[in-house]
Write a protein that binds this ligand. Structure first.
Ligand code: ADP
Ligand code: MG
Length: 298
């Protein structure tokens, strides 16, 4: 396992930015870390890269615990922060060299990385002269210098124009052939374009952790149901074949089942048996974008 996240909770004052999140990532996987703004993505990534401490829980990267062996974790992780601070007055090559001095990286390696991220033609330019897409490549180069096994990229494509998007996605895919990559985004399409697997969080909670092909298979059945009264999630968990229950709004729930059987009648009986009325129930179509929206609504 490259990254093991166990029961991570992070509170800021009274707010839970992350609430008991657990997942693990195998080496070589490219995993999309998806969630709307404020879901807790950056917070999780800062914990994995040792920049902030969790309130509870343990994270292990390449066998090293972030709490006790932060230096070893940093050595095996490349991190592109969300608002990557670049020195705009520096030249591209100069900036990469500057970062290289931190990691004691060879000259050859510097040129290799500049080449790898497609910056060779721009290497003599000032960073301030580069487009946003090329600035992201500079950040990527810095993250890749020490040849880390794991790359953590925080919204690497946010703010890019459509052409730059495609280029950076392609680059991430290419890099992902030899590394473990966890990258965050709020765009489901991006996950489809780049990843093997998706982890979705919403309001600090994990809502889905699945291989994309499993998500795409039609075995998942989504029902949006409205009861006449508020219901505890604990009760809904008694439903057969239930995989997730998300409280969309008040007494409305988004229920996902791992079954081909039409679950509407099962939910109807379930409501009846528990003294509830089912006011509405509709089957949702399964495209990933709508799945994401429904899981992260509200
Ligand atoms: P995302 O990256 O998914 O947009 P963040 O991890 O940045 O989400 O933020 C998750 C939640 O934690 C948000 O509600 C945000 O306002 C809050 N938060 C993040 N950093 C801090 C901080 N340093 N102090 C207080 N609240 C914070
Ligand atoms: Mg963020």
């Amino acid at each position: 396992m490259s990254i093991v996240v166990e029961n991570i909770t992070k509170t800021y004052g009274s707010q839970k930015a992350l609430d008991a999140i657990s997942f693990s990532i195998n080496s070589g996987e490219i995993v999309g870390f998806l969630g709307p703004n404020g879901a807790g993505k950056s917070t999780m990534m800062k914990i994995i890269t040792t920049y902030i401490n969790p309130t509870e829980g343990v994270v292990t990267v390449n066998g090293h615990q972030v709490a006790t062996e932060p230096m070893l974790v940093k050595q095996s992780v490349g991190y592109l922060p969300e608002h990557n601070p670049l020195y705009l007055d520096m030249y591209v090559r100069e900036y990469v060299q500057f970062n290289a001095s931190v990691h004691k990286v060879s000259k050859e390696r510097i040129e290799q990385v500049i080449e790898q991220v497609g910056l060779t033609p721009e290497a003599h330019k000032k960073i301030s002269q580069l487009s946003k897409g090329y600035r992201q490549r500079v950040g990527l180069a810095a993250a890749l210098l020490h040849d880390p096994e794991v790359l953590i990229l925080d919204e690497p494509t946010t703010g890019l124009d459509p052409n730059q998007l495609v280029e950076i996605r392609g680059l991430i895919k290419e890099i992902g052939k030899t590394k473990t990559v966890l990258f965050s985004t709020h765009i489901m399409q991006e996950v489809e374009a780049v990843c093997d697997r998706v982890i979705i969080i919403n309001k600090g909670k994990l809502v889905i952790d699945k291989k994309l092909n499993e998500l795409k298979s039609n075995e998942q059945q989504i029902l949006e149901v409205e009861f006449d009264l508020r219901v505890e999630e604990q009760l809904l968990k008694q439903l057969p074949h239930l995989t997730t229950a998300v409280n969309v709004f008040d007494t409305t729930w988004q229920l996902t089942f791992n079954s081909q059987e039409d679950m509407r009648s099962v939910v109807f009986d379930f409501a009846h048996d528990n003294g509830l009325k089912l006011l509405q129930s509709s089957q949702k179509n399964q495209d990933l974008e709508s799945l994401f929206r429904s899981l992260t609504k509200g």
